[in-house]
Structure formats: structure tokens, C-alpha cells
Design a binder for this molecule. Sequence first.
Ligand SMILES: *[C@@H]1O[C@H](CO)[C@@H](O)[C@H](O)[C@H]1NC(C)=O
Ligand SMILES: *[C@@H]1O[C@H](CO)[C@@H](O)[C@H](O)[C@H]1NC(C)=O
Ligand SMILES: *[C@@H]1O[C@H](CO)[C@@H](O)[C@H](O)[C@H]1NC(C)=O
Length: 481
Amino acid sequence: MSFPRFQAAFLYLFLLFGSSLVVESAIGVNWGTISFHKLKPTTVVDLLKSNRIQKVKLFEADPSVLKALMGTGIQVMIGIPNEMLASLSSSLLASDLWVRHNLSSYVVKGGADIRYVAVGNEPFLSSYNGEYQSYIMPALLNLQQSLARANLASYVKLVVPCNADAYESSLPSQGAFRPELTQIMTQLVSFLNSNGSPFVVNIYPFLSLYGNSDFPQDYAFFEGTTHAVTDGSNVYYNAFDGNYDTLVSALTKIGYGQMPIVIGEVGWPTDGAMGANLTAARVFNQGLINHVLGNKGTPLRPGTPPVDVYLFSLLDEGAKSVLPGNFERHWGIFSFDGQAKYPLNLGLGNKVLKNAKHVEYLPSRWCIANPFRDLTDVANHIKLACSVADCSTLNYGGSCNGIGAKGNISYAFNSYYQLQMQNEKSCEFDGLGMITFLDPSIGECRFLVGVTDSRSLSSPPSSASGIAWVSLIWFFWTLVL
Ligand SMILES: *[C@@H]1O[C@H](CO)[C@@H](O)[C@H](O)[C@H]1NC(C)=O
Ligand SMILES: *[C@@H]1O[C@H](CO)[C@@H](O)[C@H](O)[C@H]1NC(C)=O
Ligand SMILES: *[C@@H]1O[C@H](CO)[C@@H](O)[C@H](O)[C@H]1NC(C)=O
């Protein structure tokens, strides 16, 4: 690219996004969309705006999401799923097409301010057994060439979000990349460095606590610890700093100790496991935000906090795989419908979280177990309902774990019924299900009502009065229990 063209492109982009260049907030959010009950993208963008969130990370280039972000000045990182790496690594045409279709068409006047492209997501996770490893460098080189051809190379940076299990050690100062990754990490970091890209890492003290019963609980938080880690002349008071400096040491070992670091994901879930609850999530996230915005940095990088920190996550995603654990669907600082779960000061100007506005819910109706039926044959229905709908809060450590056998059945029925957009037939369960107008939520256990989406609504129930009648019986039935 010739120098004058570069200047022109930069001036153009500066004029485009000039205002957002001035606002530099370090706290952003991950916006994942693996949900049964999706809010409209415009509703979510309004939620971002009312909470003054200026940076958002997406897991793929979803056209409706990118359209909603156009003209907002919100800075965007878009992800390329691991499954696309093979084709992008083997074909410059594929990477040209990706850039044209998913980038150039949005980075226009009044468009979406896309600053980063995340190439793959945690591609070095040990559980992938190296499946994506060999694609990373060729995919980066192709995409960089495609960016240059589209005159975007000076503005859009390629990054690769890494999982924290890419490096290891018992003490931060001993940190090193996993031996089998040393070579590719050296290539990757050298590439990032020559393009002015940061190293993106995901850090999860919750997972350390969840996966290891010996892990000192207070070390996962930022409130001070009775288990400080002494490393030479440095002392670590929280797992986040320890982990971060382990990465700094690993980068130093391969010759890039000064590489800027972005936290691609960090957070705490609120449900689905012991230790995943509202209090812990609030204390962790607030502690993290205060720690980062305090600009103290870490022992190995004093005074230099991470460039940006993307909280995981903005919203709960009820359709995610629970393979990692039942908590996986409950990382949001907002529930699936954009309601704040706990008070949190993001440090962006508002002292508390503001809820999503104009959320369009389905009618206030729930599906529950019919109290007058023998429920002994219900097991298969529950199995089926919970194999597609979300029942993750019913399990040990979840907010609905203590609601009893009948409660379990009702919860499963309702989850399925809402997933089916309250289609009447979806509450039949061979006559074992029943629709009610009374919210069956019990204590902390919330029986959700879905939100409308672009799919057409199911027809309204044929006999509303009949439903009200059974609801009344249900009401008295619960009173006598
Ligand atoms: C653009 O991104 C989407 C979402 O990741 C993907 O499905 C699509 O194939 C991409 N387009 C091209 C031309 O690669
Ligand atoms: C919430 O989780 C924290 C640890 O993550 C735990 O110490 C605390 O007891 C939990 N609180 C409740 C009410 O379960
Ligand atoms: C409700 O379901 C959960 C999850 O399957 C189970 O752990 C719990 O024991 C059930 N409760 C009763 C009373 O059956």
C-alpha cells in the first residue's frame, strides 16, 4: 500500500469514527447469541448504549447484529468460528470473500466500527487435540493479505483469542507456553507484533475454582486473600494477576515481553453450579473492574493494566452446550431478556446497570404439571423437554435445585413450552401438562416467559377461561402444600 493511500484511508476513517477515537474505555462486553429467546439486536444495542458500553466482542459476523451496530460508534471485535479456519487457511479467495462480505461491506460511512477480527476462538484449547493449530498461521497470512487489498490493514487488526491453558507454571515468573505450542506461539506473537495487534487471552478464575477443590476460594476474588502467592520478591493476592503475569512471563520467554495484552473474556456465572451465584458474580466482576480501572497493573507490569477487558458476558445464552458444566448458560451480567442480575458499576459513567427497554415478552403464561394427574410416567417427557430446552438450573448448585419432584416436572414442561413459543400443543405431554396464568416461580427459581422473535407467534389458546379455572385450582393446590 502506498503512503498517500494509507494517509487518505486513515483520514477517511478518522473522519468516520473521529468521535469514537476520543472515547477510550477499557471495559467492554462479549455479546454471544446462542439463545432460545433472542432479544432483537436493536434492543441489545440500545442496552449497550444506555449502559455506555463502547466496546463489544462478537463470536461471528451476524448480519442483523452488525446492522444494528452501524452508526453507533461502538467499537467491534468480530470473531471467525474455528470451523471456518480450514478454508480460510487454504484459500486466499475464501479470505477475500470473508473480508468483502463480512468486513468491507460494514466498514463504510455510517457503518460498524470494526477494529479487530478474532481469528478462531481458543483454537489452542488442549481438548481440541491440535485440530485447529496448523490452520492459524496460514489463515492469518491470507486474511492479512485480504485486509491489505481492501485497504483496511491499517485500521482493522487481526487477533487470536487464546485460552489460558496455552501456558502453564506453578509460579507466575516461571510461565511458559505449553511445549508443543512454543513454535506456533512464537510465529503468532511475531505476526501480532509486526502488525501492531495485541495478544488476546481469556482468563477464568471461576474455572480454576470449579475444577479444583483445593483452590483457595478467596484467591479467585479481589478482596484480599489468606493464600497470597509469593514469587521471589513479588506477592500475588488474586488469581487474575497471577494468571496474567504467567502469560507475561511466557511472552517474555519467546522474546515479546512488551506485547500489549487484551482480556478477551473474563467473568463469573450466576447459576448451575456451586459457587456460581449472584453474590459471587457481583463481587468478582466489581472487584475485577475496580482492579483494572485502578491502573495498578500487576507485579510484572506495574502501572500498565490490560489494554481492554471484555466481560463474559453481556447476556445469558440458554442454548449453549452444557459440556463445560451447567453454569455455561449463566454467564450474563444481564439475564437472557436484558434485565440486570445484580448491581454493577462498569466504571463507564453509570453507577448501576440499566435494564433493556421495550422487551417484547410472550403473554404471561406458563406450562406446569397437572396436579390432578398421576405423574409416574413423566420421565420420558422430562427427558425430551430437557434435551432441547434449558433445565440447567435444576441441577445440584442451581437456583431451582430445591423445588421438589413436581417442581422439577413443571420447570421442564415450562422451559419446553416457552421454547416452542407457547404453542398450546407443546404443553400437552399426554395430558400431564397444564397452562397457567399464575407465575409458578419459587423463591430464587425463576420460571421464565420467553420473548417474541422474528418467528410468527403461535395461535392464542382456544379457551382462556378454562385455563384461568385450572390456574385457580393450581393456586389453591399450592396453598395446601
Ligand atoms: C461471513 O460470516 C458468517 C458468520 O460467521 C459466515 O457464516 C459466512 O460464511 C461469512 N461469509 C463469507 C463470504 O465467508
Ligand atoms: C456463592 O458462591 C461463593 C463462591 O463462589 C460461595 O462462597 C458462597 O457460599 C455462595 N453463596 C451461596 C448463597 O451459595
Ligand atoms: C430435580 O431434578 C434434579 C436434576 O435432575 C435432581 O438433581 C433433583 O434431585 C430432582 N429433585 C427431586 C425431588 O426429584
